[in-house]
Design a protein around this ligand. Sequence first.
Ligand SMILES: N[C@@H](CCC(=O)N[C@@H](CS)C(=O)NCC(=O)O)C(=O)O
Length: 202
Amino acid sequence: MLKIYHTPPSRSVRVVWLAEEMRIPYEAVAVPFGPGEKPAGFVEASPLGALPAITDGEVSMIESVAIMQYLMAKYGPTELAVAPSEKDFANYLQYLEFGESGLCAIGNAFVATRFQAPEDAKKNWTLDYVVSAINKRMKLVQARLEAGNEYMAAGRFTGADISVGWAIGIAKYFGIVTEFAPSVQAYHERVTARPAYKKAAG
Ligand SMILES: N[C@@H](CCC(=O)N[C@@H](CS)C(=O)NCC(=O)O)C(=O)O
């Protein structure tokens, strides 16, 4: 059975959210943050010690968005993926990836600096850059919504909304973005009202 190493509010929420939306049977294994004993199999599944990680038979993967793509392809077909034949295929791919590589990847530096750095290194130029870059990039999501799109692509809820939706939530959780445009706020409420999200974020 699919095993998902999962501890909210980490990026593993994306993977469990998707599995719930697709009704893929899975076993969730909690992994405590920070140092301390990890559950059996985690070190092998996640060589970098990061979340999420999955195992699925012989397959072992890290990278939340890649795992989403794998699950949609393997356990689909699903409306959560946008096909190359659909008009919004390019936007789907763009926002699916942007949720992690544009909005979240640089956020790790924020979290490390704010919560792990020594007291005299907690405030620095890089931290300010990360905050300003994420706030700027969030404006791309805002523009997409304000161009008349209820979702990131194809006029329906897709994997791109799981990717971006989690990014908005974590930017809010850590206070990286403190003021969201009403359009982004409403979008976040819309996507996180879904039962699959609530189960994943629980
Ligand atoms: N790009 C990776 C990032 C993974 C990542 O940084 N996960 C965080 C939790 S959300 C983590 O485990 N950080 C601790 C670490 O990297 O040691 C993904 O999308 O899965």
